[in-house]
Design a protein around this ligand. Sequence first.
Ligand SMILES: [Zn+2]
Length: 137
Amino acid sequence: MDVVTKRRRSEIMSSIRSKNTRPEAVVRRFVRQLGYTVKEHAAELPGTPDLVLPQRKAVIFVHGCFWHGCGRCDRGTRVPQTNTRFWQAKIATNRLRDRRVAARLRQQGWHVITVWACQTKDTLQLRNLLLLRLTVR
Ligand SMILES: [Zn+2]
């Protein structure tokens, strides 16, 4: 007999679904499909990269468009109307940190790949992007 109600189960299922469609999970799935071993959230590396591909000596950051100031989509370029200066400063700080982290990783010999959340929506485009970035240095 079922211990969870129908309603609860549907809540559980929808939370699982939303987890699996997070941009990071989308990227991880593609990278695994390409045959790479993936390690997640490597805290020992600068910036704690979202995904690490040890065989390729590559790290992948999956950046939220708003927080990291994506220049490709509305979410990254539209700053909130209230506390505009605060948000601009916050995002500028994040971008600076991202650049420093990437530079440190490159110094250590890592191939640094950045994927923006908006780039994970078109699966064909994402696949091509990852293929290109992972096979060409
Ligand atoms: Zn974006």
